[in-house]
Design a protein around this ligand. Structure first.
Ligand code: GLU
Length: 479
């Protein structure tokens, strides 16, 4: 039997990290077993679903490299199928019309609450006579359709992550609504649990892999599979992603959507790698850096934790920096150029080779892409802004003479890495000073800072722009 899994996001918001991580696990499982990964957009909630969220979700999955084999399928285009299934349940006597008003339901819950009971529908319309139904209809009440739940059942399944799970049907809240209110005799808008089961049956889904917050839905859905004569798939409930306080990561925690992570300068393979670690451990537990395809080779649910996975920014930053540091200079330049352009830097007048040299220079300092804006700034501006420490360095005895000598060495000369190194050596000897003093002074003069990227490489970049002498002169002016 070929494995078929799906990710079924509701387009009621941008692609959330939790959904994306579930997509990662589905993808890894499918790829590990040579199965199919399917996308289904669950857009039946017409009020909250928006096409721009669908676009964001599909874009995010594509960006992460989670290629799919079928879909996207849209539930909004499959309503007839769900309505037919509701009709089948009605025809089989497994569902019925419930005419309770909102007030009646509120009143029922208030009484249960007062009696210290959990709120539930008390199945009061399960056995209405034809006359009773007609009387409600005459009052203009519009019925919902409820699926009968046998309170005495215990629903048991073998979860791929959690082992045997059993759920008392009596805790499911009474007969459940499967379709919203409609005119008498009709079938209204079908609801989530029903639509999911109809689709998972129709799409021959073999494994339902989703967040642990769906466990109660799984119990309900198993009953629906049975009622509709479907093959119950296997289930894997993945751990939730938790914030620092150990609560489910939510919008209140700030960044949660994949597009926000992208904007912050996390790159796709790094984020996908990090998400894989949110709940899964590689067979070699020390291995933390891998591509999705590498992880797929060894992925199994045996190594997925039951406990929630704490979101760890330090780890994500570390992984992102590892990817950035190992990225070849060409693709890294392609990622950085738009940010420099956006910052207003004159990128277009520069040679590609100069830009790549600059990227090679600052790349090893990057944790997130936007840091390239600050790190690259001094190479795109003609003025130097001197930090307090740099000023102090420049004030030191002998510094003026050192800079003047260096200026003489480079002015009008063809400069190479070796000639710059030679110039530094010569000045050190002539002035009988330590090399450190020369380097620190030169750095302060050129960059306005006392720390920073490789100095010779930085100097070469300015030299190619014809700016190195100007920068040294500018520093001399401050003395
Ligand atoms: N639309 C549901 C969600 O976004 C799908 C749950 C499922 O995978 O069945 O949570």
């Amino acid at each position: 039997m070929s494995v078929r899994v799906r990710i079924a996001p509701s387009p009621t918001g941008n692609l959330h990290i939790g959904t994306a991580r579930t997509a990662v696990f589905n993808w890894l499982f499918a790829r590990h077993l040579g199965g199919q990964f399917i996308i289904r957009i669950e857009d039946t909630d017409l009020e909250r679903s928006r096409p721009e969220y669908t676009d964001n979700i599909l874009e995010g999955l594509t960006w992460l490299g989670l290629t799919w084999d079928e879909g996207p399928f849209y539930q909004s285009q499959r309503l007839d199928l769900y309505k037919q299934a509701v009709q089948t349940l009605l025809d089989r006597g497994l569902a019925y019309r419930c005419y309770c008003t909102t007030e009646e339901l509120d009143d029922m819950r208030a009484k249960q609450k007062a009696a210290g009971l959990a709120p539930r529908y008390d199945n009061r319309h399960r056995n209405l006579t034809a006359e009773e139904q007609a009387a409600f209809e005459a009052q203009g009440r519009k019925p919902v359709i409820r699926f009968k739940i046998d309170d005495d059942r215990t629903i048991v399944w073998k979860d791929l992550v959690r082992g045997t799970v059993s759920w008392k049907a009596g805790d499911l809240g009474g007969d459940m609504v499967v379709a919203r209110a409609a005119e008498a005799g009709g079938v209204g808008q079908p609801l989530y649990n029903l639509a999911v089961v109809v689709d998972d049956m129709d799409m021959a889904i073999t494994h339902v892999i989703r967040g642990e917050d769906h466990i109660a839905n799984t119990a309900k859905q198993i009953l629906l599979y049975e009622a509709l004569g479907g093959q119950v798939p296997e289930f894997a409930h993945t751990p939730l992603i938790l914030n620092q306080e150990g609560r489910k990561l939510s919008k209140r925690d700030g960044v949660t959507s994949i597009s926000e992570f992208r904007q912050m300068g996390y790159i796709a393979p790094a984020l996908a790698n990090y998400m894989t670690l949110l709940g899964w451990t590689a067979p070699d537990a020390t291995q933390e850096l891998f591509t999705l395809s590498e992880a797929a080779k060894t992925f199994s649910f045996d190594r997925v934790n039951q406990a929630g996975a704490k979101f760890d920014w330090d780890k994500l930053n570390w992984i992102n920096s590892q990817y950035l540091h190992h990225l070849p200079v060409e693709p890294l330049t392609d990622l950085i150029l738009p940010l420099w352009k956006e910052a207003g830097y004159d990128v277009d007048s520069k040679e590609r080779s100069w830009l790549e040299q600059l990227v090679a220079l600052i790349g090893p300092s990057l944790t997130r892409l936007p840091e390239a804006v600050e790190l690259g700034k001094m190479f795109f501006t003609s003025e130097t802004s001197f930090s307090e420490e740099a000023r102090e360095q420049l004030q030191k005895e002998g510094v003026k003479e050192i800079l003047e000598s260096l200026l003489t060495a480079v002015e009008g000369a063809t400069v190479t890495e070796d000639s710059l190194k030679d110039a530094i050596k010569t000045v050190t000897k002539e002035k009988k000073v330590k090399k450190g003093l020369v380097m620190r002074s030169l750095r302060a003069a050129l960059t306005g800072e006392v720390h920073g990227p490789d100095l010779i490489q930085s100097w070469l970049l300015w030299n190619q722009n014809g700016q190195d002498g100007d920068r040294i002169k500018e520093a001399l002016k401050t003395l």
